[in-house]
Write a new protein. Sequence first.
Length: 144
Amino acid sequence: MTNVDDAIKTYNLITLSIMKKIITTSKAPAPIGPYNQAVLSGNTLYTSGQIALNPETGVLVLDNIKTETKQVMENMKAVLDAAGMRFEHVIKTSIFISDMNNFTQINEIYGSYFDDANAPARETVEVARLPKDVNVEISMIAVK
């Protein structure tokens, strides 16, 4: 490699590190695979999906769909907080559920975290299976 190639490679690595900041918090479950809780690029936050793992105990909260959804949303809140954001900054969510019959109960808990007038765009998709056989997983994109 030439000095120019080395300089370009160094510049690209520095630029990437400025553009991409890894967000982590012990107040949300640690990743269970090769990913991070969230990535901040500029002022846009991309979260990984959260499931109902209690970050303090590492135990899944599966008592019922409402408590499960509440734990997911509390995990998302912790990730947003770690990035200096709140639910009002969320512009898009993706909700994956294992049974569309749970939609109304999930929606009730999910909706309590947002102001209806400024709620984010969203899709809700029924899937065949989710990690650790949970019933709901949610990811978000937020902008500050």
